[in-house]
Design a protein around this ligand. Structure first.
Ligand code: B5S
Length: 335
């Protein structure tokens, strides 16, 4: 196991839980609280011009605080590496959950899709588009709450989300027609298309557009035709159809999804997308830290409220986590 000096005394690395492109993700323990975290480790040499993307993603992650978005805890930058310490989503990938059950019924699909709508509406409200929504980037925590991950392709167009983007990115299977055609596009419209693919995957247990040959796949996406399995209800198919509109302007808007009849079926109200309450001062957690750091509470909060995403930020957020799980608040040692 490679040892990283930057993590010494702060985190204990256990195993690799994911790797892609220029990064690997490790399961680790935050030593001061004993809580599990995920650490995305990137070798700067291998990043090349992706270094700019990493910095964009970090700026984005620092501004996100939402129940259904994997939480950033700490950023450590050395001369050779970036370490992004994040929420550990112990329920693994939604994709595996769908495969395991073959497909999900409508109520379970609705529960997950409401959380996706909440997370994407929140992102869009901050002027960001995810641009790489796919089942592999949708994880679950141990209570089966959904967590969006991997904002390496997220974008905040200059001048606001209404302005077009040009970079073609994301995975072809979930890519909207305008992305494939290399046309300028709106991030939020591309996200709605990908949400349509996700909802289809939840209900059908398969993908609406799939082909091993990339040209056939592109043709199917541009054609916008897909199989409508008999076991999916008419209402569900109507909602999917409103998202998988080849013409971006004909596609339903995220704001229309918030109180869509399919989304609110039964007693469920419209989808809310307000931020998590972590930015609120929690005296119990601050007191626990103050006691162990032998510092004045006000001084601690003074530092914490700067949101430096240092080890103290990680400790505070992880103590909040423990409190929300009704676990004892303990700090073993803060270096
Ligand atoms: C903001 O959230 C981000 C941003 C980002 O750039 C990368 C990640 N990556 C993560 C975060 C957490 C996990 C994780 O907890 N995975 C896991 C846990 C238990 C069982 C199986 C997986 C992660 O997993 C990597 C593989 C997922 N495709 C990646 C989060």
């Amino acid at each position: 196991m490679v040892r990283y000096n930057a993590l010494k005394g702060l985190y204990d690395i256990e195993k690799t839980i994911g790797c892609g492109g220029f990064a690997k993700v490790k399961l680790a323990t935050h030593l001061a609280t004993g809580e599990k975290v995920a650490i995305k480790i990137m070798d700067k040499q291998m990043l090349g011009e992706d270094l700019r993307r990493v910095k964009l993603e970090l700026e984005a992650l620092k501004s996100f605080s939402h129940e259904n978005i994997c939480q950033l805890y700490q950023v450590i930058e050395t001369s050779t590496h970036f370490f992004i310490i994040m929420e550990y989503c112990s329920g693994g990938e939604l994709f595996d959950h769908i495969v395991e059950k073959n497909r999900l019924n409508e109520p379970e699909s609705r529960k997950f899709f409401r959380q996706i709508v909440s997370a994407v509406a929140y992102l869009h409200s901050l002027g960001y588009a995810h641009r790489d929504l796919k089942p592999e980037n949708v994880l679950l925590d141990k209570n089966q709450n959904l967590k969006l991950i991997d904002f390496g392709l997220c974008a905040k167009p200059q001048g606001g989300i209404e302005n077009p983007l040009y970079t073609s990115c994301g995975s072809p299977t979930y890519a909207a027609p305008e992305l494939i055609l290399g046309q300028q596009y709106l991030g939020q419209e591309v996200d709605v298309w990908a949400m349509g693919v996700l909802l289809y995957a939840l209900l059908a247990g398969s993908l609406p557009f799939d082909d091993l040959n990339i040209d056939n796949l592109y043709r199917k996406i541009l054609n916008g035709k897909y199989e409508e399995p008999p076991f999916i209800s008419k209402e569900s198919l109507r909602l999917i159809r409103s998202m998988l509109q080849v013409e971006p302007k004909k596609r339903i808007k995220v704001t229309e999804l918030l109180d869509h009849p399919w989304i609110t079926l039964g007693v469920l109200g419209s989808v809310q997308y307000r931020p998590r309450k972590t930015s609120k001062y929690d005296s119990e957690c601050v007191q626990v830290m103050a006691k162990f750091m032998e510092m004045d509470e006000k001084l601690i909060w003074n530092e914490l409220s700067k949101w430096k995403f240092d080890y103290s930020t990680a400790t505070y957020l992880l103590l909040l986590n423990r409190k929300q799980k009704d676990l004892t608040l303990r700090v073993i040692s803060i270096p």
